[in-house]
Design a protein around this ligand. Structure first.
Ligand code: SAM
Length: 230
């Protein structure tokens, strides 16, 4: 077992033989990602399928499974929902620590037959800043996804004492400047069909850019920017 301490955040990345987890000493809790059991599997089974707001937001219709670039993968929850609904999903996460959790979850899940269809259809992760990734792709461009998904850290979430523990840990990791408005600009240049931005239901729009439409659920709003390319 390898223990690596981050002085800055008081977080410990613990690498076991068969699991990578992140321990938060302050909260006395640890997180890891598991696609096959727990909250993510429960959401897969009971989450409302193609009728749920996120599915409508990315434009899932019968017979159409868009390719999705999730530029803010985090704990891969939203990306996994989209993968279970039939989308080919590429996740981008700039935090190396979170990327290691995602990679570990992908590796463990791949050992299980039940994960084969998702693997086949494409569910992968890249450890980069999404702005850098998109800028580079724009220069070569034959890999544009149908949909780009953005779920930035919302500043108010940082203040809330009510956010879930896993989100609090994400917030503790989130030391860098949030470049979400720049990400929206870049995404609009790159996506083939639409860009979807997840926001708290009453939040202002990202970079004050007006979406074409939005889909709301109880706490969340998905701002949809449709692409009109000549
Ligand atoms: C609110 S969380 C996303 C949660 C995610 N949708 C989920 O279901 O777990 C935002 C994540 O995006 C990452 N992030 C923010 N800006 C990024 C960028 N420019 N490139 C890559 N990752 C970014 C942060 O490190 C953080 O993990």
């Amino acid at each position: 077992m390898l223990k690596k301490k981050s002085d800055q955040y008081d977080l410990h990345l613990i690498i076991h033989d068969d699991l990578v987890e992140l321990y938060d000493r302050k909260l006395n809790t640890s997180i890891s990602i598991d696609f096959l059991s727990g909250a993510l599997a429960h959401r897969h089974q009971f989450g409302g399928g193609r009728g749920q707001a996120i599915a409508k937001a990315i434009g899932l219709k019968s017979g159409s499974n868009p390719t999705v670039l999730d530029t803010t993968a985090g704990l891969a929850g939203d990306a996994f929902v989209l993968a279970t609904l039939g989308c080919t999903v590429t996740m981008i996460e700039r935090s190396t620590i979170l990327f290691m959790l995602i990679e570990d979850a992908l590796e463990r899940a791949s050992l299980n037959e039940a994960f084969e269809p998702i693997n086949k259809q494409g569910f992968t992760a890249i450890n980069r800043d999404a702005n850098d990734y998109i800028s580079e792709q724009l220069l070569t461009d034959n890999t544009a996804p149908d949909v780009i998904y953005i779920d930035p850290m919302y500043p108010d979430r940082k203040k809330s004492a009510l956010v879930k523990k896993d989100m609090q840990i994400l917030q503790r990791l989130h030391g860098e400047e949030d470049n979400a408005a720049e990400l929206l600009d870049n995404a609009l240049k790159f996506a083939k069909k639409r860009v979807v931005v997840k926001r708290p239901v009453n939040a202002e729009t990202l970079g004050e850019k007006k979406p074409n439409t939005c889909i709301k659920s109880k706490k969340t709003r998905y701002d949809i920017y449709t692409i009109e390319k000549m």
